[in-house]
Design a protein around this ligand. Structure first.
Ligand code: FOL
Length: 209
């Protein structure tokens, strides 16, 4: 049976929407920002089945970029998209804590999370990179973007394929007020400009109208 899947994209990006450089993040030392990413992608909505878990969907290059000691990202169902992986049989008996589910497309990833085979999935996050964000943005299911806007400038060679600016945003996407951001994440998200090791950033939530 197929359940509807709402997708939330989560990313940190510079003002020019830069998200990566040479296969990794453009910055180092944003420990609190990374801790926010981990908390928000792990936390279940209050109405979730207590044994549920959230899913994180990523491309193969993003998987490779995660330090081996942190992957699969713990406490989350990890789904990795790779064209070179036949979709043969990821279904039964896979230990989510030990290995990611491998699929050949975002559509297959969506089928996997929405099928009754995994009715224990609560929220579904798209965690990159550029190619996967681009594919997700084409889908009606992409409802929300958790954007950490990095104000300090960094050289980047990978970019989020959509510009989100407070004044001149894509008309389809609107920045939500803090109250709705806090309610959705289930935490009090720090408001205003944050600073870590000389890098400034701001937590934001955007939704499609
Ligand atoms: N979204 C945001 N807001 N910030 C990011 O840095 C980010 N990064 C990615 C996708 N969305 C993001 C992709 N890159 C880890 C490493 C790289 C990565 C995503 C996750 C990672 O190791 N995460 C661990 C945290 C480890 C720690 O505490 O330092 C995790 O458990 O989530």
């Amino acid at each position: 049976d197929m359940l509807p899947v709402e997708l939330t994209l989560v990313l940190a990006a510079t003002r020019s929407m830069g998200i990566g450089r040479a296969g990794t993040l453009p910055w180092t030392g944003l420990k609190k920002e990374m801790a926010y990413f981990a908390r928000v992608t792990k936390r279940l909505p209050s109405d979730a089945h207590p044994q549920a878990l959230n899913a994180v969907i990523m491309g193969r290059k993003t998987w490779d970029s995660i330090p081996p000691k942190f992957r699969p990202l713990k406490g989350r169902l990890n789904i990795v998209i790779s064209r070179s992986h036949p979709d043969a049989a990821p279904a039964e008996g896979i230990d989510y804590a030990a290995e990611p589910v491998k699929v050949s497309s975002l559509e297959k990833a969506m089928e996997y999370v929405s099928s009754s085979a995994s009715d224990k999935v609560a929220r579904v996050f798209i965690i990159g990179g550029a190619q996967i964000y681009g594919a997700a943005l084409q889908l009606k299911e992409a409802k929300r973007i958790l954007l950490t806007k990095v104000i300090s400038d960094f050289e980047c060679d990978a970019f989020f394929p959509l510009k989100l600016f407070e004044s001149q945003g894509d008309a389809i996407w609107v920045k939500k007020p803090k109250e709705e951001f806090d309610a959705w994440t289930g935490e009090e998200v720090p408001d205003g400009i944050q600073e870590e090791n000389g890098t400034e950033y701001e937590f934001q939530m955007w939704e499609k109208i």
